[in-house]
Write a protein that binds this ligand. Structure first.
Ligand code: GDP
Length: 444
């Protein structure tokens, strides 16, 4: 996420980081580069202007130039302004009203509404312990209703059936009645989208809005549309009075223009980020963490949260016990770790949250793709249990067999064995104490 922007900004700011002295001219030069980076990231022009203006006033003042570490002070200033731009703090959904609390999702076709409806349902069920019902008012797109039924199943939330012969407003009214009857906490209403904003669509969403009187009206928008995302959000806001925005497809967005423009252009907070096609790829939006990520400072907090939710605690504890007893870290353990990593969205997604990792050479990033994790697992699967326990016995003919069995090259097998040997050494060095403490901490 936001790779291009991060690369540019981190590069620019790195040059001044360690500087003991900055002149007014060098500050202005840095800000000019920041400005270009933001414009290239497709941040809306008025937003960029305001941003640079705000920083400039402070940056040539005592706060930065008078500081003992002016480079650091300027970076902090840029960071804090980025946070401010995106809304300072995370704004959660307001679910305090008398249940069923109604959440309406609107947006253009293909933005990710249906997927996001299910993701949000799962999120509210798992994280907030809510009983959730979803309903689709999309009677135009073929199979839209079926699509929601399928993803609702994956999300483990109630699905209120509707059909394409009904009027959208009637569907919404019926669903609300059903939600009341079934003592549902939150009703998520998915609506139809069009390719462009048109009056007819707005009229219909407005009618549904009037019918169910939602507590939250969320605009779902594809982050890859950059500053246009902010403009369409504004148009919807005028029709519906939004309470928030969900940015989707941030996993494919290297520029970040939408994330940086939406709040300023619409005055509405981004509440969630969609970051993948999987049902669990939805995160609350934390401006502070996203700003750190944009500046290549990592997002350790989100990482820790993710690890806490997704790591299989039983497995982590088992491994910790094993290490504590001084047992070897064998290939079974390695495989189990690789699988857990896959669970967490792969190395790439983990690395992007670690400080400094965003500036890794592209070749190294390429090596960390999810495919290579899958390859490593395939290789370990092709081994016999004995080979997994005692990797030292894997020599010539065994290697050949394993390569063939996994459909990969012998070099790849060699690489895996080397990586494992390095990890084994590291585990040993950390000793029972270090490693197991770390694992325990992570699995808490
Ligand atoms: P709708 O027309 O607004 O209901 O859009 P859909 O929910 O049908 O989504 C359109 C496409 O975008 C589908 O292929 C989704 O899998 C995909 N999609 C939705 N959200 C995300 C996301 O956060 N990341 C990625 N990579 N794909 C997404």
């Amino acid at each position: 996420m936001f790779d291009t922007l991060t690369e540019r900004l981190a590069g620019t700011l790195d040059r001044i980081r360690g500087k003991g002295r900055l002149t007014e001219e060098s500050v202005r030069e840095t800000l000019r580069e920041v400005r270009v980076a933001l414009l290239e990231a497709d941040v809306a022009l008025p937003v960029v202007r305001q941003f640079i203006q705000d920083i400039e006033g402070k940056a040539v003042g005592q706060e930065v130039l008078g500081s003992l570490t002016p480079g650091q002070a300027l970076i902090k200033l840029v960071h804090d302004e980025l946070v401010e731009l995106m809304g300072a703090a995370n704004e959660a959904l307001d679910l305090k009203a008398q249940p069923p609390v109604v959440v309406l999702l609107a947006g253009l076709q293909g933005a990710g509404k249906t997927t996001t409806t299910a993701k949000l349902g799962r999120y509210l069920r798992e994280r907030e312990g809510k009983r959730v019902m979803v309903v689709s008012c999309d009677v135009y797109r073929p199979a839209a209703i079926d699509q929601l039924r399928t993803v609702a199943g994956q999300a483990g939330v109630d699905f209120h059936p509707s059909d394409a012969t009904q009027r959208p407003v009637d569907i919404a009214r019926d669903a609300l009645a059903a939600a009341r009857k079934n003592l549902v906490d939150v009703l998520l209403v998915d609506t139809a989208g069009r390719l462009h904003i048109d009056e007819e669509m707005m009229e219909e969403v407005r009618a549904i809005h009037g019918q169910v009187q939602p507590h939250e009206t969320l605009f779902v928008v594809d982050s890859m549309t950059g500053q246009d995302a902010a403009n369409t959000a504004q148009a919807f806001d005028q029709a519906l009075s939004l309470t928030g925005v969900i940015l989707t497809k941030t996993d494919g967005d290297s520029r970040g223009g939408a994330a940086l423009s939406v709040r300023q252009v619409t005055g509405k907070p981004i509440k969630f980020l969609g970051a993948g096609e999987k049902i669990d790829a939805l995160q609350p939006f934390h401006p502070e963490r996203v700003a750190s990520r944009i500046l290549g400072m990592g997002d350790v907090l989100s990482l820790v949260e993710e690890v806490q939710q997704k790591v299989d605690r039983g497995k982590a504890e088992k491994l910790a016990r094993k290490m504590r007893k001084g047992n070897r870290f064998d290939l079974e353990d390695f495989r189990s770790q690789l699988e857990q990593m896959q669970n967490m969205g792969g190395l790439g997604s983990l690395a992007e949250k670690l400080p400094g990792m965003s500036q890794l050479a592209p070749q190294m990033k390429a090596q960390m793709d999810d495919r290579s994790t899958a390859h490593m697992i395939a290789i370990i699967n092709a081994m016999t249990p004995q080979e997994r326990r005692f990797p030292d016995i894997i020599r010539g003919s065994r290697k050949k067999r394993i390569a063939q069995g996994s459909g990969l090259q012998i070099q790849t097998v060699n690489r895996l064995l080397k990586q494992h040997a390095q990890m084994q050494k590291m585990m040993k060095k950390l000793g029972g104490g270090g490693a197991s403490k770390m694992m325990k901490k992570l699995s808490k």
